[in-house]
Design a protein around this ligand. Structure first.
Ligand code: DON
Length: 617
């Protein structure tokens, strides 16, 4: 069954197929030897998915589309300033083969017209035209993901008839734009235009530009990322020659056409689109190609200047403090009281969606306005789908500012955001970058802040290490005699770090009083994939469901450190029938209920806070 998007593409193809306006190019005679009704559309997304309809494997020559990619190669080989000294970036508003040179310098107006393209090819590394074309084919093959070949017949045909280009090249030589005899760069130019591609190839090449210079299928970098915006910029302003204005107006995607009948368009960050149909309009652009792009842009709202995508205020999902929300680590009552008073020092921003310039500016404004009384600023990127380059800068500045205010910055869930991390590492002084806490999930970051806050306020001493049995919350309100009786029923057990104390599915026969060490409750959510449901520290009990019913354990309890517990088998307390035992039982159940009640209230508070959403006002 075809996907929805494939249906839409097939539908569009069928609609445009009937447009038989235009003529195949014949000023290069060999170009006319083509099935003029050939038609193909192909899309390559930045996550490496390819859609194609029509003659997407039919070979044709890349022609002027090569200019955009050669411009990137020249930038890599000679650098931005040198290339700009030879070729300008201004739309000429004239035809592709017009002699659009600056009056004084002879500098071609832009690298997309033939004059500029010939100058650009001369800048590509290589002592001979074959060396240059070898480099061009090597780079183009990185873009496409397989080796490309030259159509010798078309090359020869162009070479034999390329008098206008030859004239342009000699003019460029006359102005010193070409620093060598024109025939070498010209020959390389004729060869580059004669490279055979198909529509699928072009879509993949375009998607490399959409994917920051990296081939989304092979992962090979075809163009240095810092030159991608330069290539896309000249494609936006000059790629469709004296139709570029209307193109930007109607389609609004950087594009490049070729007289072989190809057109590529790029939606940065999303996909590369290619159309092949050799019938051209008077400006040398594929007629069906233009129609497809106009329709795609309109149907899917893809105009790059379309502002409806800006989702500024939806990027903050929730803001709350450590007084409202705690980690899943179970804390004894006195620690919860401490957090009720001091938890506001921990401030959490749950972010979501696309972090771009405006949306990130909003996050920074909120952090600035709300963090006066907080020393721990947690920024949770777990639900963030994109952090674009403009946001990188902002967050680096934020780290610098918060650190200067003595605050601790915790970034949650950015471990997979390679470029963001790389950027922070590059721009922040090492000591500053090393002070950012990078934690994989929000619960662990909350726990880290809680422990650090407790430590810095000496509020964790007794709780941290050992809590004697009689100080356990479940012994609350018991007399000394009752506590001794209950402790007498327990067995001392020790577990090594990593040991499983309770296994999911085991019968729950006993409960455990945690005397020292830490344990976690974890649920297997996939092969060797575990989710932490909670954690316990000394003074807490776990496995108490054994007292309530003989159900099976619903999760694993694992020692997070070396652990000492007192184990109480349900049968030992339930079956004791003397008055002391009865009184202990009653107090035990009462404390259990009030503990569950406290947990329930805590959970409701969490649910309310987590679902109250972000109120910017
Ligand atoms: O130099 C030429 O005329 C051809 N090799 C390329 C021209 C071209 O593709 C113009 N594009 N629309």
């Amino acid at each position: 069954m075809t996907t929805l998007f494939e249906d839409k593409l097939n539908q569009l193809y069928d609609e445009v197929k009937n447009n038989r306006l235009g003529n195949v190019a014949d000023y290069i005679p060999e170009l006319a030897n083509v099935d003029e009704d050939n038609f193909a559309i192909s899309i390559s997304t930045v996550d490496g998915h390819i859609y194609q309809v029509g003659e997407s494997r039919a070979q044709f020559t890349i022609q002027s589309i090569s200019k955009a990619f050669c411009y990137g190669i020249a930038l890599e080989d000679k650098g931005l300033d040198y290339v700009l000294s030879k070729v300008d970036v201004e739309p000429s508003g004239e035809a592709f083969n017009s002699i659009s040179l600056e009056a004084e310098t002879g500098r071609p107006k832009n690298p997309m017209i033939n004059a500029g393209a010939i100058a650009i090819t001369s800048l590509i590394k290589g002592d001979s035209s074959n060396d240059k074309i070898d480099r061009i084919i090597e780079k183009f093959s990185d873009y496409v993901g397989h080796r490309l070949e030259i159509d010798k017949d078309i090359y020869q045909s162009e070479k034999n008839t390329g008098h206008r280009n030859r004239a342009i090249a000699h003019l460029l030589r006359n102005y010193g734009i070409l620093e060598e005899e024109p025939e070498k760069p010209l020959d390389a130019y004729f060869q580059q235009c004669s490279i055979n591609v198909n529509c699928r190839d072009l879509a993949v090449m375009a998607s490399c530009l959409a994917n920051n210079g990296v081939n989304p299928i092979t992962g090979v970098r075809a163009l240095k990322e810092n030159f991608v915006p330069n290539v896309l910029a000249v494609m936006s302003t000059c790629g469709m020659y004296d139709y570029s204005g209307s193109w930007t107006y109607n389609v609004g995607m950087p594009a490049k056409s070729g007289v072989g009948g190809g057109i590529i368009a790029v939606l940065p960050g999303q996909f590369g689109l290619a159309i092949y149909s050799p019938r051209l309009d008077a400006k040398g652009n594929s007629v069906r190609g233009i129609e497809v792009c106009e329709q795609v842009s309109k149907k899917f709202g893809l105009h790059m200047l379309n502002t409806s995508k800006i989702t500024s205020c939806a990027v903050i999902r929730n803001v709350y403090t450590g007084a409202e929300i705690h980690s899943k680590q179970q804390h004894p009552p006195h620690v919860l009281e401490f957090f009720a008073d001091h938890g506001n020092q921990i401030l959490v921003f749950e972010l979501m969606g696309d972090l771009k310039f405006v949306s990130t500016e909003l996050v920074l404004r909120e952090v600035d306005q709300r963090s006066d009384h907080s020393n721990y600023i947690i920024l949770d990127f777990y639900r963030v789908t994109l952090v674009d380059v403009s946001a990188f800068n902002f967050f680096a500045d934020l780290v610098t500012r918060l650190d200067a205010q003595g605050k601790k910055v915790i970034f949650v869930g950015i471990h997979l955001m390679y470029y963001f991390l790389k950027y922070l590492k590059k721009v922040l002084p090492e000591h500053l970058f090393s002070r950012i806490k990078l934690i994989k999930n929000l619960d662990h970051s909350l726990e880290w802040c809680e422990n650090d806050l407790l430590l810095n306020n000496n509020a964790s001493s007794s709780n941290e290490n050992i809590v004697p049995f009689n100080q356990h919350s479940l012994c609350y309100s018991m007399t000394k005699e009752e506590t001794i009786f209950l402790e007498g029923l327990t067995l001392d057990r020790k577990f090594k770090k990593g040991e499983i104390i309770c296994k999911e599915g085991d019968e729950s026969k006993q409960m455990f009083f945690l005397i020292s060490g830490k344990v976690r409750v974890s649920l297997e959510v996939g092969p060797n994939k575990y989710l932490r449901l909670g954690g316990f520290s000394p003074g807490n009990v776990f496995g108490e469901s054994a007292l309530l019913n003989d159900s099976l354990r619903s999760a694993d309890v694992v020692a997070n450190s070396d652990v000492v517990v007192k184990e109480l088998f349900a049968k030992d307390i339930v079956n004791s029938t003397n008055s002391l035992a009865n009184s202990v039982q009653n107090k035990l159940y009462k404390n259990l209920f009030s503990q569950s009640d406290r947990k329930l209230r805590q959970a409701n508070l969490h649910i309310r806070t987590l679902n109250s959403g972000f109120n910017p006002f």
